[in-house]
Design a protein around this ligand. Structure first.
Ligand code: AMP
Ligand code: GLY
Length: 421
């Protein structure tokens, strides 16, 4: 099979690493890819939102499947354009992806279908938002409606902070993405990322992981896209995983189909494990990053038949996915200043070494100079991942590898996995 992989982060490097092992693969091209991905396949410098260019590239390489990594490509309708061109695609249409790309749509959808989630309101004016806040107690949860690169959520401890967040968002800080705000009830519990593959009709549980969203050790500092993950996460017991699938994922997939937005691809349910059971924090229309990295390490099956079955509507014909018994961990090495203002351009040494054991390094935000020097080029720069017989062992292997990488101007959390350890 010829496969076009769209994206440039650690998630896509992990997908490329897994796809590259498939005996079904003839040729893989990534657009735009990154220096890590370039070690596995050909790359082409196209933006993930260049719909025309990507469809043309898929045609050029006679792609049997296009695998879309990031939500920004979904939001501009890449999956729709590929469908029009008759090219199989792993990733939902623009309308189905609204479950992530519009929080207002997503919350209204969840309410229509009785999914367990936080109470909420959607507002377009400061006055209306303010009146709603009057009836709430702190902490206040305020979200920009649209995609805001992980920066559109504010958990405000006080009313003035909440008012400021509302004014900021409605005042245009995120452009059109902040034209509406969602204000939610604050939920208490542990968070967990749950994944399901979907082919429009059928959904199959496809692993889960726990992320660390705060920038610094001890879960303090600003919210980030994710500083590290591990899988499995013992907090999600088999009974809770069953409930998450039955109560959150399945009704969503059925609801989307019933509303004429059949969902193909991976559906990511961000869960809060509350006293009353799993409740939805959000849906995402893609693999989590860096959740995908640990899932790819643990997946025992060839990934390609799974991705293709989502595109073709044939998931029901596959047996249950098989996972390795080992634990996987991912430690994110980020650039100083991340998430607000990451500093790029620092030289990285030792990221391509053979670490032995079960460690593997995925590139998330790197670039290579013409002379071969590797430099940081983004907020999250490297994902150092490992498999181990236990989470302890996986952690030791990953941190040993982190210790051999030279990345001045970077930082990482030293406590990934602490909740389970
Ligand atoms: P989101 O971008 O919706 O995932 O929100 C980012 C983070 O904010 C989540 O990972 C949670 O830690 C937190 N959060 C979002 N919504 C809520 C909520 N309703 N209650 C408690 N925490 C929340
Ligand atoms: N790691 C969280 C996300 O991908 O949204």
């Amino acid at each position: 099979m010829n496969i076009l992989l769209v994206g440039s982060g650690g998630r896509e490097h992990a997908l490329a690493w897994k796809i590259a092992r498939s005996p079904l693969l003839t040729r893989m091209v990534a657009a735009p890819g990154n220096p890590g991905i370039a070690g596995l396949c050909e790359t082409r410098p196209l933006m993930v939102t260049d719909v025309e260019g990507l469809v043309a590239l898929a045609r050029e390489i006679a792609a049997d499947l296009v695998v879309i990594g990031p939500e920004s490509a979904l939001e501009v309708g890449l999956a729709d354009a590929l469908a029009d061109a008759g090219i199989a695609c792993f990733g939902p249409t623009r309308a189905a992806a609204e479950i992530e790309t519009s929080k207002a749509f997503s919350k209204d959808f969840q309410a229509r279908h009785g999914l367990p989630t936080a109470a909420y309101g959607v507002f377009e004016t400061v006055d209306a938002a303010s009146a709603f806040l009057d009836a709430q107690t702190p902490p206040y949860v305020i979200k920009a409606d649209g995609l805001a690169a992980g920066k559109g959520v504010v958990i405000a401890a006080s009313r003035p902070e909440a008012d400021e967040a509302v004014a900021d968002m409605l005042g245009g800080r995120f452009g059109q993405a902040g034209a509406r705000v969602v204000i939610e009830e604050f939920m208490v519990g542990e968070e967990c990322s749950f994944f399901a593959l979907c082919d429009g009709e059928t959904a199959v549980p496809f692993g889960y992981a726990q992320d660390h969203k705060r920038a610094f050790d001890g879960d303090i500092g600003p919210n980030t896209g994710g500083m590290g993950t591990y899988s499995p996460a013992p907090v999600l017991t088999p009974a809770l995983a069953r409930r998450a699938f039955d109560e959150c994922v399945l009704p969503a997939v059925k609801g989307l189909a019933a509303e004429g937005r059949p969902y193909k691809g991976v559906l990511y349910a961000g869960l809060m494990l509350t006293e009353t059971g799993p409740r939805l924090v959000e849906f995402n229309a893609r693999f989590g990053d860096p959740e995908c990295q640990v899932l790819m390490l643990r997946l025992a099956d060839d990934i390609v038949p799974w991705l293709k079955a989502c595109a073709d509507g044939t998931l029901a014909a596959l047996p249950e996915p098989k996972w390795r018994d080992e634990s996987a961990i991912c430690v994110v090495m980020a650039a100083d200043g991340y998430p607000s203002s990451p500093v790029s351009g620092a030289i990285i040494r030792g990221a391509g070494s053979d670490f032995g054991g079960e460690a593997v390094v995925f590139h998330a935000g790197t670039r290579r100079d013409p002379d071969g020097t590797l430099r940081s080029a983004g907020g999250r720069v490297l994902n150092v991942c490992a498999l181990g017989a236990t989470l302890h062992e996986a952690r030791d292997i990953a941190y040993a590898a982190v210790g051999t990488i030279g990345f001045p101007g970077g930082f990482y959390r030293s406590d990934i996995g602490w909740r389970a350890l």
